[in-house]
Design a protein around this ligand. Structure first.
Ligand SMILES: [Zn+2]
Length: 304
């Protein structure tokens, strides 16, 4: 007899659910708006309805929820998440837990993405990887020795807020020289605007790069070096075998060819290594799949 679990991806604008069985097969998927402005009771009810609808009567044994930010279990608050009524006040997770009749796991969405991408394209080839989400922000999840490394507070992998220049650009977090302050979509746009006097999204800057625009060329050439140094720091610290890149900014194809040679020169130890940067393959569905895998692990059906 099959066994089932439900994964939920709770974002700022949508909530998505999937039903998986013990073989990690996705059997159903649904989404609806998350409507965080309507308060936590509404959001919890919405999650419960969506889970039931997605399961379609299948007796699921656990639920995994992926969200932005980090869940602080001690005070029942989501930290570092978008500022919405959903996250600012305590109680969302405990309310959801009390309404569910099965075990609940809550995890940062970058960790969920790392898990899903690891099983989609690394498992069996690499045991130690970092998966980076580069979009409006920069976050990452770590798989070390085939295990999700979340750290005691679920905070491991915040490479977007490690600095590559102590007197560098001011980041929204208050530090200087953070990777996010250079490489996130909005940061690339701001850097281009400073040179060209025109704010553009990253894909448009890339179009101009291809046409030979000198400002776009300069922004990207600097960015290859910044990303190369930043990722090399992570490889030197963690002995990573590969880096997976997801999020909106990952659609620019230049990273995959231009950054590894720069990284290679900055690696310490075994010489002439090239650490591949792999494009995330699951797109939007990585978060919800990773959340489902956490639920499968909770009932003993996966190991990581
Ligand atoms: Zn920062």
């Amino acid at each position: 007899m099959s066994r089932y679990a439900v994964g939920i991806d709770l974002g700022g604008t949508k909530v998505e659910a999937c039903l998986v069985d013990e073989t990690r097969q996705v059997l159903a998927r649904r989404r609806r708006p998350s409507e965080p402005g309507l308060g936590r009771e509404h959001v919890v009810r919405s999650i419960l309805e969506l889970a039931a609808e997605t399961a379609g009567g299948a007796p699921y044994e656990a639920v995994g929820v992926g969200t932005p930010g980090t869940y602080g279990a001690a005070d029942d608050i989501m930290y570092g998440a978008p500022h919405t009524p959903l996250y600012e006040k305590p109680g969302l997770v405990s309310l959801l837990r009390s309404e569910l009749n099965v075990p609940l796991v809550v995890e940062n969405d970058a960790n969920c993405l790392a898990l899903a991408e690891f099983f989609a394209q690394c498992h069996g080839c690499f045991s130690t990887i970092m998966a980076v989400i580069l979009g409006t922000g920069m976050g990452a999840g770590l798989i070390l020795g085939n295990r999700l490394h979340r750290g005691p507070n679920g905070n491991a992998g915040e490479i977007g807020h490690t600095s590559i220049a102590i007197d560098g650009r001011l980041c929204d977090c208050g530090r200087h020289g953070c990777g996010e302050a250079y490489l996130s979509g909005p940061s690339l746009g701001r850097r281009y605007a400073e040179l060209a006097g025109e704010a553009l999204p990253p894909d448009r800057i890339f179009e101009r790069y291809e046409k030979g625009d000198p400002h776009a060329r300069r922004i990207f050439e600097e960015s290859f070096r910044i990303m190369g140094e930043l990722f090399a720091n992570c490889v030197n610290a963690l002995d990573l075998e590969a880096i997976v890149l997801g999020g909106g900014v990952s659609n620019i194809p230049l990273w995959y060819s231009q950054v590894p040679p720069i990284m290679s020169k900055a690696l310490f130890g075994i010489p002439r290594r090239t650490i591949p940067i792999l494009k995330a393959v699951l797109g939007d569905s990585a978060g919800v799949l990773g959340a489902a895998y956490l639920a499968l692990r909770e009932i003993g059906l996966m190991e990581f």
